[in-house]
Write a protein that binds this ligand. Structure first.
Ligand code: SF4
Length: 370
């Protein structure tokens, strides 16, 4: 199959999650929704369940306003709105991690607002690296396993988890390879996003099979020329209108530090005797992320290092409106980019944005700086 056809397949999955949900339900599978940013998907998968991402959508907010104040990120607001409106009906449960204050509120509001889909909390420790942190993470996983069994009847086994870990580690490797190949391949920002977005709505083994072929097609295909090379950072880079502005202005995403994209695939589950210990170790090993305790702000150095490694001309920060963790990181990122001689642009993004004229002007002006 040609690259274009593979991308079309991934675009279809990325743009119609409901169809994907219905497909898996028709196959007799049970689906478990997973909220941003990190959930133990390997565990869910190992129990024979299909994890599917819930990152909100570009929809109007009405019902969710009864539960959330206006100044909370629109990812949470629209996820709840979709839940209340029945868009996730058929899903057996939702796992919501405790990684930021807004996510903690989502879990509590979900219990009252969406009664037909049980809420399963995944409580992570602040200090994830010491032994007591890993023990805490393991206790969180035990709770998820027990609640999944209650909600779905599915059983857990360490043997099945070890197999699912292999599936997920392979998917991570294929996605990392894709990100590297896409840095120089002739692929639009919108198509690049489809590859990452579709992963949230497909079983990892199915997604791996398609992206493997895509990687081969991109390697053999033409290279992008004459573009402005940027590293994009933020929670989400999923707005078709904004990605169209990138593509129209010759802005090429050569790497990302986006929670919805590459941050998911950086860290593998290590090879350890007990797979649940290995899962907790994976969480301990993760880093360079707004949502993970990072007192030295290693994420900032990571962004500069990756921008240089991928020969980026500049950095574009996609700042999710009302996202406190990301807002706290912005000033250090700005200073580090200036010190490294990297031009940067900060664009505020919101699931409710309808007018992109300001963003288009900013991108055009940014381009003219080079
Ligand atoms: S990290 Fe930011 S964007 Fe993500 S749920 Fe929390 S506030 Fe919203």
């Amino acid at each position: 199959m040609k690259g274009k056809e593979l991308l079309a397949q991934l675009h279809e999955a990325a743009s119609s999650p409901k169809k994907q949900l219905e497909k898996y339900l028709a196959q007799g599978k049970k689906v478990v929704a997973v909220a941003p940013v990190y959930t133990p998907n390997e565990i869910i998968h190992s129990m024979g369940l299909v994890p599917m991402g819930v990152w909100g959508a570009d929809v109007e907010i009405n019902e969710a306003k009864k539960y959330f104040p206006a100044f909370i990120c629109s990812i949470m607001q629209t996820a709840l709105e979709l839940g209340i409106k029945g868009e996730y009906d058929g899903v057996s449960a939702i796992v919501i991690p405790s990684l930021c204050d807004s996510l903690k509120c989502l879990g509590q509001n979900w219990k009252y607002a969406v009664k037909n889909i049980p809420f399963i909390p995944m409580t992570y420790p602040q200090n994830r690296k010491p032994d007591y942190g890993k023990k805490f993470t393991k206790a969180g996983y035990a709770r998820v396993i027990s609640d999944l069994t209650i909600a779905t009847g599915a059983q857990f086994s360490e043997f099945a988890l070890a197999e699912s870990i292999k599936v997920y580690n392979e998917h991570n490797a294929v996605m990392r390879e894709f990100a590297e190949i896409a840095a120089d391949a002739d692929i639009t920002a919108a198509a690049r996003n489809d590859v990452f977005k579709s992963a949230w709505f497909m079983l990892p083994e199915e997604h791996t099979a398609i992206v493997k072929k895509l990687n081969e097609a991109l390697k053999a295909g033409p290279k992008a020329k004459g573009k402005l090379r940027v590293l994009v950072t933020g929670i989400l880079a999923d707005s078709p209108s904004l990605l169209k502005i990138f593509d129209e202005n010759g802005v090429k995403v050569v790497f990302d530090d986006v929670a919805h994209e590459s941050r998911q695939y950086r860290t593998d589950v290590p090879d350890m005797e007990n797979p649940v210990d290995a899962m907790a170790q994976k969480f301990a090993d993760m880093g360079n992320c707004t949502l993970l305790y990072d007192p030295d702000k290693n994420r900032v150095d990571y962004i500069v290092e990756q921008a240089k490694a991928h020969k980026a001309d500049g950095v574009i920060v996609l700042m999710t409106k009302f996202c406190d963790p990301e807002e706290f990181d912005y000033v250090p990122i700005k200073r580090a980019c200036a010190a490294a001689g990297l031009k940067h642009l900060n664009i505020e993004v919101d699931r409710q944005m309808v007018n992109y004229q300001q963003a288009a002007t900013m991108v055009q002006a940014f381009k003219e700086m080079f």
